[in-house]
Write a protein that binds this ligand. Structure first.
Ligand SMILES: Nc1nc2c(ncn2[C@@H]2O[C@H](COP(=O)(O)OP(=O)(O)OP(=O)(O)O)[C@@H](O)[C@H]2O)c(=O)[nH]1
Ligand SMILES: [Mg+2]
Length: 203
């Protein structure tokens, strides 16, 4: 599963929460993408959300979307190496480097993808659109706790997201809260069940 979205929106926070929620009953691994560092993988290892060896960093050295959409080789290699080493894996989470509203994952790399935005850029973000906002399998609008501080109207964001996405799901969250990822966990379990039955909708 891919986790993409703009810089700082909460992708790593979501990956960390999902690992904490699921690792007791599932075999998990994580691939992180950063441009110049292994910062996100280091953070996840230090947070102890998974056995350190199940977290692998890809240092893209280029625009993040390149490594998740245009030339996915480094990420495919990382996922395949994890699959070989820790087989059988139930789920591999691939976090994109923080990018802009144009970055999406190739479905050659992931089966489903979540696009994470947050409220701090203002309530216009869903209205600005782009493939992550409109086409991702799940849109997460994070940091709802900050909405009053930046004057973001969540109802406007919900209405604009619905226009952009039609029936595709949108979840508002505050990943700062312990229970913040719970609705996303429910959605993810549904996707895993569909995947196991071979009935995942796909792109
Ligand atoms: N107030 C608030 N802060 C949050 C929330 N979720 C995440 N953060 C904080 O936002 C900052 C960025 O979160 P990350 O999870 O690192 O974001 P990211 O999308 O992985 O960032 P990049 O990988 O650098 O693009 C961190 O300081 C988090 O603690 C939230 O719901 N509310
Ligand atoms: Mg991150």
């Amino acid at each position: 599963m891919g986790v993409g979205g703009p810089v700082g929106s909460g992708k790593t926070a979501l990956v960390a929460s999902l690992c904490q929620l699921l690792s007791a009953e599932m075999h998990l691994a994580v691939v992180t993408n950063d441009i110049y560092t292994t910062e996100d993988a280091d953070f996840l290892r230090q947070a102890g959300v998974l056995d350190e060896e199940r977290i692998v960093a890809v240092e893209t050295g280029c625009c993040p979307h390149t490594a998740i959409r245009d030339d996915i080789a480094a990420n495919v290699d990382a996922v395949e190496a994890l699959e070989q080493r820790f087989a059988p894996l139930d789920l591999v989470l691939v976090e994109s480097g923080g990018d802009n509203l144009t970055a999406t994952f190739s479905y050659g790399l992931v089966d489903v993808q979540i696009f994470v935005v947050d409220v701090s850029g203002g309530d216009k973000v869903p209205r600005k659109g782009g493939p992550g906002v409109s086409q991702s399998d799940l849109l997460v609008v994070n940091k709802t706790d900050l909405a009053p501080l930046v004057g973001a109207d969540l109802a406007v964001m919900a209405a604009d997201a619905a226009v952009a996405r039609g029936a595709r799901p949108v979840l508002f969250t505050c990943l700062r809260q312990a229970s913040g990822a719970a609705p996303i966990e429910v959605w993810l379990r549904q996707q895993l069940a569909l995947h196991r039955r071979g009935t995942l909708a796909g792109p």
